[in-house]
Design a binder for this molecule. Structure first.
Ligand code: SF4
Ligand code: SF4
Length: 64
C-alpha cells in the first residue's frame, strides 16, 4: 500500500472507511499506522477523492 502524500488533502475519508484502524491522519496527511491489520479490501482507495491511495503497489505485492 502506498499513499501519495503530495495529493492527499487530509479529508479523513479513508480513515473513516477503514474498519481495521490501519490509517491515521498526521499533519493533515493520511499515513499507514498498522499495515499488518490491512486486509486489502480496497475501501480506502475507492473512497479517496484524489486517488492518493494505492492499495496494491508493485513494491508491496509480496505483503499480501
Ligand atoms: S485496504 Fe481496507 S483494510 Fe486496508 S487500509 Fe484500506 S480500508 Fe483499511
Ligand atoms: S481519503 Fe485520500 S485525500 Fe482523504 S485523507 Fe485519505 S488519502 Fe488523503
Amino acid at each position: 500500500m502506498s499513499i501519495t502524500t503530495s495529493i492527499c488533502i487530509g479529508c479523513s475519508v479513508c480513515i473513516n472507511e477503514c474498519n481495521y484502524n490501519v490509517l491515521s491522519l498526521s499533519e493533515e496527511k493520511a499515513e499507514v499506522v498498522d499495515r499488518g491489520a490491512c486486509n486489502a479490501c480496497g475501501k480506502c482507495e475507492d473512497a479517496c477523492p484524489t486517488g492518493a491511495i494505492n492499495v496494491y503497489t508493485v513494491i508491496d505485492l509480496e505483503d499480501y
